[in-house]
Design a protein around this ligand. Structure first.
Ligand SMILES: Nc1ncnc2c1ncn2[C@@H]1O[C@H](COP(=O)(O)OP(=O)(O)O)[C@@H](O)[C@H]1O
Ligand SMILES: [Mg+2]
Length: 105
């Protein structure tokens, strides 16, 4: 069965030309149904970028992001919108956006 969210060799850059900067490097991982996943890292490490890719809120630049079996790299606006709404599936709102911060220890 497909993972709920599958990342394969995902890179992401911001900026153009001399300002181009890579923020995600070769991310490969799956999130399966029922799993509870903690995404941890210092400020600026790319957590929000990864979540926005998984949430179909940002275009995949390199690699594969599959949301409930649907490839988001190269997806049309319609497919991206569908993926956001979860409308091709019985489950809705699979991405939880309640972000909280853990105190630094
Ligand atoms: N829209 C953007 N344009 C340019 N740089 C960005 C943009 N969004 C994030 N960044 C940069 O990408 C890096 C990762 O950011 P982000 O994904 O927000 O990390 P986190 O959520 O872990 O703090 C940071 O260096 C941030 O400054
Ligand atoms: Mg963030």
């Amino acid at each position: 069965m497909d993972a709920l969210i599958g990342f394969r060799n995902v890179d992401h850059h911001y900026g153009d030309g001399a300002r181009r900067r890579q923020v995600l490097y070769d991310i490969t991982t799956d999130v399966n149904a029922g799993e509870i996943v903690l995404l941890m890292g210092p400020s600026g490490s790319g957590k929000t970028t990864l979540l926005t890719l998984a949430g179909s809120l940002r275009r995949v630049q390199h690699g594969s992001v599959r949301l409930m079996g649907r490839e988001l790299n190269g997806a049309s606006r319609a497919v991206m919108g569908d993926a956001r709404a979860g409308s091709a599936s019985s489950s809705r709102g699979i991405i939880c956006w309640r972000l909280s911060r853990l105190p630094r220890t």
